[in-house]
Design a protein. Structure first.
Length: 288
């Protein structure tokens, strides 16, 4: 048991860095995923994950696989797409989901094209799927800063975020904090996706944000416990995925996301608000 569960993290520094980075990523992104889910914006997170690709690709084109230029480029691209999609939905007849889908499809195609201009297929795979096992100290520092900023911001604006999930129109009618909270939350989504991009790539970064949040929803209805449970599920998924990757020689990023997916499927069936409990309760009531 020690050789299977603990030894890889004790014996190899690259596994230690991968575990530390992925745990820090889960700590910051999983609560953001809970609010995305409660606001019915889960697919928006997926669109934003693709939206950062052109900026990261431009950074790669100019400076290669350097973290700072790719991060700055991803942040700029994410903000531009978010503002662009919001402007289209505000000033035209098109809804925000349609404009976001259009922007993210354009962004994805443009990003792949830019990476292909200079890089190889290996570089493209790195950008799309990440390299969590190759995280260096610079990447760990970036992910750590993003996690701290996310947790501090969530703590400061907690009541506003919860209120906007329940009734955004009411919040905006009684307080001026509604609109600022909305844009602050979108900024949190973007920076966490940029942090996740370093480890999991643009295609999988949203997975660690949304799957633990979706799984936690089947166990509790309170926002605070839901965020805490999502973090726990995210951390377990990261550790399990890295172990699966190490022992069975499979890609680490997909292994982490599939581990989170397995917990999500188990939660659907076994959760306190899952299939078994919701189906058994009416039956018990009739036989009482």
């Amino acid at each position: 048991m020690y050789d299977f569960l603990i030894a890889p993290f004790v014996d190899y520094s690259f596994m230690q860095r991968a575990l530390l980075g992925s745990l820090a990523l889960a700590l910051g992104s999983c609560p953001v995923g809970v609010f995305l889910m409660l606001r019915r914006m889960s697919l928006t997170g997926d669109a934003m994950a693709h939206a950062i690709l052109p900026g990261a690709a431009v950074g790669f084109l100019l400076y290669g696989l350097q973290i700072v230029p790719m991060t700055i480029g991803g942040l700029i691209a994410g903000v531009v797409v978010a503002l662009g999609a919001g402007a289209v939905s505000r000033f035209t007849i098109q809804k925000e989901d349609a404009s976001m889908a259009a922007f993210y499809l354009i962004s994805l195609a443009l990003g792949v094209l830019i990476v292909s201009l200079r890089g190889s297929n290996i570089d493209l795979m790195h950008v799309l799927f990440g390299t969590v096992l190759a995280l260096n100290n610079e990447a760990l520092g970036l992910i750590g800063i993003i996690s701290v900023v996310s947790l501090v911001t969530l703590t400061i604006f907690w009541r506003g975020l919860v209120a906007e999930c329940l009734d955004p129109l009411f919040l905006r009618s009684v307080s001026r904090i509604g609109t600022p909270v909305h844009f602050i939350f979108l900024a949190l989504v973007v920076i966490n996706l940029v942090g996740g991009f370093q480890a999991l790539g643009t295609l999988l970064a949203v997975g660690l944000m949304m799957l633990p949040a979706a799984a936690a929803r089947f166990w509790t209805v309170r926002v605070g416990p839901m965020c805490a449970l999502a973090i726990i599920i995210g951390c377990l998924s990261c550790a399990a995925g890295l172990l699966i990757s190490y022992h069975f020689s499979v890609p680490s990023g997909p292994a982490i996301i599939l581990s989170a997916g397995a917990i999500y499927l188990c939660s659907i069936i076994l959760g306190s608000r899952g299939v078994i409990h919701t189906r058994l309760r009416p039956h018990r009531h009739r036989t009482a």
